[in-house]
Design a binder for this molecule. Structure first.
Ligand code: IDP
Ligand code: MG
Length: 132
């Protein structure tokens, strides 16, 4: 059993897609291990996305992530980190494979509905950020 972090982002929260997303996760074999509702502050959002601090899209990304509550979910499954990345699809929904969550739900490259940890090391860091 491996743990990873998914976050339901504001575009999905505002469109009332929280239940839809959790349903997809459960159907794919993920266990919901922990879950909460968080209103990120600019400071917290910048800490979470520190790796992207130098990217041209960072300010808009921070605004977006603070524009409504988000739902961090601790998920458990064998091979959870890699399997969740496969389930959600590419960052840009126009490039995401058919049947992936982002291909079906995301609005654009920024408002792409969910975050998922990209490695076991980052999953541990990101889970501690919200559930530590
Ligand atoms: P990921 O969420 O698929 O891991 P990252 O490259 O880590 O993608 O980017 C983090 C988040 O930053 C993305 O999920 C998306 O919300 C936003 N983002 C990434 N690239 C762009 C871009 O080119 N324009 C606007 N926002 C972007
Ligand atoms: Mg990433």
């Amino acid at each position: 059993m491996e743990n990873t972090l998914l976050i339901v982002k504001p575009d999905a929260f505002k469109r009332k897609l929280v239940g839809n997303i959790i349903n997809r996760l459960e159907r794919a074999g993920f266990d919901v291990v922990d879950i909460k509702l968080v209103q990120l502050t600019q400071d917290l959002a910048r800490k979470f996305y520190a790796v992207h601090a130098d990217k041209p899209f960072i300010d808009e990304l921070i605004e977006f992530m603070c524009s409504s509550p988000v739902i961090p979910i601790k998920l458990g499954k064998t091979n959870a980190v890699a399997d969740l990345r496969t389930l959600i699809g590419a960052t840009n929904p126009n490039e995401a494979a058919c049947g992936t969550l982002r291909q079906e739900i995301a609005l654009d490259v920024q408002q792409n509905s969910v975050h998922a940890s990209d490695s076991p090391e980052n999953a541990a860091i990101e889970l501690a950020f919200f559930f530590g």
